[in-house]
Design a protein around this ligand. Structure first.
Ligand code: PEP
Ligand code: MN
Length: 346
């Protein structure tokens, strides 16, 4: 349930409501929007609580949220969440953030060359996996801490913030020391202990959709992060399992308007894993921009044919630059712009 406060309510009244919620063994999550202040009540609520809270001073009304996810819902927060990483904005109606880089960090030279290229083409964030979830244990599984160090060096040189995946709760502290955004991969999308540990790092989190997750499963996974008090959360659709085998996954672009209707959280699209084929990445990126995505996550490699992972879906720097041009033309028609670190101070 959510407690909607009166417009002119005082801080003391808000505190009193929070205190009462906690006294009942529940948790209150405050959201102060431009239009209204609400307190989301989470835990095992009961019908009488509604009357009890509605009688408190400063309370306008108490509304039940019928959906199982609460803090990620539009009812709890009508305004879009905008996650800020340095001067990059992810979310809202104006900005479009492109995160790009190699699937795996393979060497210092590879990361630096890719970082320079994606920055020049207008990317806002550098991606790269140091801890790689591979379907086979015999595939390349990443450079670990050494990879994180190369990403940090690329950030120092280019100014691009870094997103990288963390796979186990025990690695969160290490990865959070290097990364600006922590990525939860599709295979860990319902690893609830990991979600909570990542949330407690206080860093922005990008949560991929599980390849077999419904929208409700996905938003409930998001709830694990929000319930820890971390509101810096970005969702990412990366394709789901269907009967189709031509593409690696089936990229579900309907997720964009659906999630934007149900939730205030930003949603990015990963057409690289969503299709598995480099030549499908640009058309799907333009389509994602057209139907309201807040940005993209794209795999780029200086020499895709030599990549240690996901070469078939990786763009060359030249093709990535073409993608950015295509996306920019779609965004222009929508009155939106590509967020870029190069726009610093403008
Ligand atoms: C990735 O982005 O590096 C990745 C492994 O993606 P996913 O979890 O979507 O498979
Ligand atoms: Mn990959």
């Amino acid at each position: 349930m959510i407690v909607v406060m009166q417009k002119d309510c005082t801080e003391k009244q808000i505190e009193e409501v929070q205190r009462r919620i906690e006294e009942r063994g529940l948790k209150g999550h405050l959201s102060k929007g431009t239009e209204r202040t609400v307190i989301g009540v989470v835990g095992q609520t009961y019908p009488e609580l509604r009357d009890e809270l509605e009688l408190l001073n400063g309370v306008l009304e108490v509304v039940r949220i019928s959906r199982p996810y609460k803090l990620s819902s539009r009812e709890f927060q009508p305004e879009d969440t905008v996650v800020r990483v340095g001067n990059v904005a992810i979310g809202g109606d104006k900005d479009f953030a492109v995160m790009a880089g190699p699937c795996s960090v393979e060497s210092r030279e590879q990361v630096l060359a890719t970082a320079r290229a994606v920055k020049a083409a207008g990317a806002a964030v550098l991606r790269g996996g140091a801890f790689k979830p591979r379907t086979s244990p015999y595939s390349f599984r990443g450079l670990g801490q050494e990879g994180l160090e190369y990403l940090a060096e690329a950030r120092a040189e280019t100014g691009l913030p870094v997103i990288t995946e963390v796979m186990s709760p025990g690695d969160v502290e290490l990865v959070a020391r290097y990364a600006d955004i922590l990525q939860i991969g599709t295979r860990n999308a319902q690893n609830f202990n990991l979600l909570e540990e990542v949330a407690r790092s206080g860093k922005p989190v990008l949560l991929k959709r599980g390849f077999a997750s419904t929208y409700e499963d996905w938003l409930l996974a998001a709830e694990y992060i929000l319930a820890q008090g971390n509101r810096q959360l970005i969702l990412c659709e990366r394709g789901i399992r269907t009967f189709e085998t031509y593409t690696r996954n089936t990229l579900d672009l309907v997720a964009i308007p659906v999630i934007r209707k149900l939730s205030h959280l930003p949603i990015l699209i990963d057409p690289s894993h969503g299709t598995g084929k480099w030549y499908l990445v640009t058309p799907m990126s333009m389509a994602a921009a057209a139907c309201g995505a807040h940005g993209l996550l794209i795999e780029v490699h200086p020499t895709p044919d030599l990549a240690k992972s996901d070469g078939a879906q990786s763009l060359t720097p030249e093709n990535f630059a073409k993608l950015m041009n295509g996306v920019a033309s779609v965004l222009q028609a929508l009155g939106k712009r590509v967020t870029s670190v190069a726009a610093r101070g403008t």
